[in-house]
Design a protein around this ligand. Structure first.
Ligand code: SF4
Length: 244
């Protein structure tokens, strides 16, 4: 099965068919199918190198360490995230990790004081995440995210495959539980992001991330108290997300 033309799978009906066909497939096998058969050379893993990211990065490294990995450096990240990225890239021997950064001119024009996150967080996410990712994804027909249903009520119905524009989005961990994630870390001896021990269970930019309290959704610490739940990369018009 091959998809040289991304439009073959770029609609919701096709995505639903794929989700139905492969819903019971083991996650590693599903990833191999996506990387080697459905979209060879045309699929990227978009990773935040956050709390759970090591699971998919490890699986992908076992299939092909040269699989493209896209990492969004918003220039507002925790230094611990950058250190974790470097550690995992080395440990998993990933050879094709691209760090995406926001456009300098846009930042100078619209966020010279680095406080756009407080004035207009949607625009801040657009400049620092959505636009750089949309540009990078132009080279791909599909992308893999690390999103999971248990993370938040807003993700409770997350499908295995989604269409977004002309691209397919694959969520291999959609049905995974927190216990399964933890067990995978344990089984494979994967290192944890340093902030996890401080109750940061979903890790984004410094100004918009806080630790979670007992009983809260995993993503409750993102944009706390500001009525925002997603950064926009999973709902953007031109195509552009992840375990971010
Ligand atoms: S998460 Fe906050 S700082 Fe990061 S891009 Fe979005 S609004 Fe800006």
């Amino acid at each position: 099965m091959n998809a040289p033309d991304g439009s073959l799978f770029g609609d919701q009906i096709a995505a639903s068919r794929l989700a139905k066909k492969f819903f019971s497939l083991d996650t590693q096998k599903l990833l191999r199918l996506v990387i080697e058969d459905l979209f060879p050379g045309r699929v990227a893993l978009v990773s935040s190198f956050g709390a759970d990211s090591a699971v998919l990065l490890h699986m992908v490294s076992e299939i092909d360490p040269a699989t493209p990995v896209l990492f969004l450096d918003t220039l507002q990240l925790f230094p611990e995230t950058l250190a974790y990225r470097d550690r995992l890239v080395g440990q998993l021997r990933l050879t094709n990790v691209a760090t995406l950064k926001p456009d300098d001119k846009l930042l100078a024009a619209e966020d010279p004081d680095k406080f756009l996150w407080a004035r207009n967080p949607d625009r801040c996410c657009e400049i620092r995440k959505v636009l750089p990712l949309a540009k990078a994804l132009q080279s791909y027909d599909a992308w893999i995210t690390g999103r999971k249903r248990f993370q938040a009520a807003t993700r409770a119905t997350l499908p295995l495959f989604e269409a977004e524009g002309t691209r397919l989005k694959v969520n291999p961990l959609a049905a995974w539980t927190k216990a399964e994630i933890d067990a995978y870390f344990e089984k494979h001896g994967l290192p944890r992001h340093e902030l996890v021990a401080k109750n940061y269970l979903s890790i984004g930019c410094v100004p918009c991330t806080s630790p979670i309290r007992p009983g809260e959704d995993v993503r409750a610490g993102r944009w706390r108290g500001r009525g925002k739940t997603e950064c926009g990369v999973h709902a953007m018009t031109p195509d552009a997300g992840a375990d971010i």
